[in-house]
Design a protein around this ligand. Structure first.
Ligand code: GLN
Length: 473
């Protein structure tokens, strides 16, 4: 704990934390110490964790990095938070994100962007990285990825052992990939969303950022499982791992390489890493075959209709009357003008843009043309996976991001829609299909930044996914 608390201070300039919860951690630490002395420790006793600031934490401000919730103090814990704290974890703080989770860089937060620790002067190799980035401004930096960038940097920097993020279109896997940590999005329905402030209810999944698969697995054990407060969590238990690791023998599975993930913009370094890991699996006895998921390239378009539709519905609660930012002024003399002022002052352009787009797609005359079409497309994407798994494939190996972490200046040149289209190409399909997916660091790029690959498995085969990931670690 003391080491992590020290790291929290050392990495302040990276802006990974929105709020550091010293006082809470001190109390928890005391309880952990007492339990340790009594020999009554719990599963996560004394383990420092960080939580993305879109999970409700009782009596601790939960902002979603938005002015709208700047002063919002929940009266309850999200189920995942409750389960972690009940098992003895120590909360180091709440981490930065793109406002309401809308983004892929952690560049769109009212608290300012989070900087990647890689390439910063906080790691020893930093100076030579800075020198290698030709033409970079001295105040430029590598982005952390997003929207769970704060959690990824918090883990990568050693300020906590594990952190929670949320993944709607890649928000756990993308920053994990750029920051060189494990990022796990479990099967939809395996983890409760109660107390996770919603972005897209049908795709949101709480995810885990950790340094090792082992750590990731321990947290998953603690937080997974049915929750009466979230009707989309399933009663059933997860499938047993397909690999029986008895007597250190690892049953070899079939790994699919989906050709549609060989997409425009993929850097040669990622392609090389992808090939090398596929070879490695083949050489260690896995059956590696090419597979096809024909509707993959439609998933960005499909997501960009479904996301705003659910956003429009979810954001309707932020009217500034019941809670949230409330504008003041003499001219606010009607409910409508008050709503308008609250929202235009307290939500960023991306959020407002999605609310507008969603309401447009949901207009009576547009509903069938956009929303229903997008739902049908989502089903086709889902069916691609069902068909592909039925041919005997156990695991997919794909890229997760197109390259290593971009510089802030490169990334913010593009508008937010173009950013998502690039950044989320390989990650969104797993959210459409509800399947478990994991980002695993595999090597360093020429710029000395982490390069990662993605593994995916059939719905509820999370255990198999973790086992294969562990083998590649
Ligand atoms: N980049 C995507 C978006 O902006 C995904 C975000 C997420 O997974 N929370 O919506």
């Amino acid at each position: 704990y003391a080491q992590c608390a020290n790291r929290v201070q050392v990495i302040k300039s990276l802006n990974a934390y929105i709020r550091v919860t010293d006082e809470v951690s001190q109390v928890q630490l005391q309880e952990s110490t007492t339990r340790y002395l009594k020999g009554t420790t719990r599963l996560m006793e004394g383990i420092p964790i960080a939580i993305k600031d879109n999970f409700c934490t009782k009596n601790i401000t939960t902002t979603c990095a938005s002015k709208m919730l700047e002063n919002f103090v929940p009266t309850y814990n999200a189920t995942v938070v409750e389960r972690l704290l009940d098992s003895g974890a120590i909360l180091m703080g709440k981490t930065n994100l793109d406002e309401f989770g809308m983004g892929s860089g952690t560049t769109e937060s009212i608290f300012g962007p989070t900087k990647n620790i890689w390439g910063s002067n906080l790691i020893s190799k930093a100076n030579d990285i800075d020198n290698k980035v030709s033409g970079s401004q001295s105040d430029d930096f590598f982005i952390a990825g997003g929207s769970s960038g704060g959690s990824a940097v918090a883990v990568a920097a050693g300020s906590c052992s594990v952190a929670l993020g949320s993944d709607t279109g890649g928000s756990v896997r993308n920053p994990a990939s750029y920051c060189g940590v494990v990022g796990f999005k479990p099967s939809y329905g395996s983890i409760s969303r109660y107390g996770l402030i919603p972005l897209v209810n049908s795709m949101d999944v709480p995810g885990i950022l950790a340094r090792t698969i082992g750590d990731c697995r321990s947290v998953f054990e603690v937080i997974k499982g049915c929750d009466p407060k979230d009707s989309t969590t399933l009663q059933r238990t997860l499938n047993k791992s397909k690999t029986k690791r008895s007597s250190s023998k690892f049953d070899k599975l079939c790994v699919g390489i989906p050709k549609e993930f060989y997409c425009p913009g993929l850097s040669s370094e990622v392609i090389d890493a992808w090939k090398d890991v596929a070879d490695l699996l083949e050489n260690s006895g896995f059956r590696v075959i090419q597979v096809s998921l024909p509707h993959t390239s439609y998933s960005i378009a499909c997501y960009s209709v479904l996301n705003p539709c659910e956003v429009a519905s979810n954001m309707a609660r932020y009217d500034g009357l019941r809670y949230g930012y409330r504008a003041t002024g003499k001219d606010l003399n009607s409910t409508e003008s008050l709503y308008a002022a609250n929202r235009s002052h307290a939500l960023n352009q991306i959020v407002r843009g999605r609310i507008l787009a969603g309401n447009y797609f949901l207009l009576k005359e547009n509903y069938d043309k956009y929303f229903v079409q997008a739902l049908k497309l989502r089903r086709l994407i889902y069916d691609d996976y069902v068909k592909m798994w039925s041919t005997g494939v156990d695991i997919l190996l794909t890229p997760v991001t197109l390259s290593d972490a971009p510089l802030f200046s490169e990334f913010t040149e593009k508008d937010s829609r173009a950013q998502s289209a690039d950044q989320d190409y390989c990650t969104q399909p797993a959210n459409m299909a509800g399947i478990p997916a994991l980002s695993l660091p595999v090597r360093l790029s020429k710029r000395n930044l982490p390069l990662s690959l993605q593994l995916m498995a059939p719905h509820f085969d999370d255990e198999t996914l973790l086992d294969v990931a562990h083998l590649l670690e």
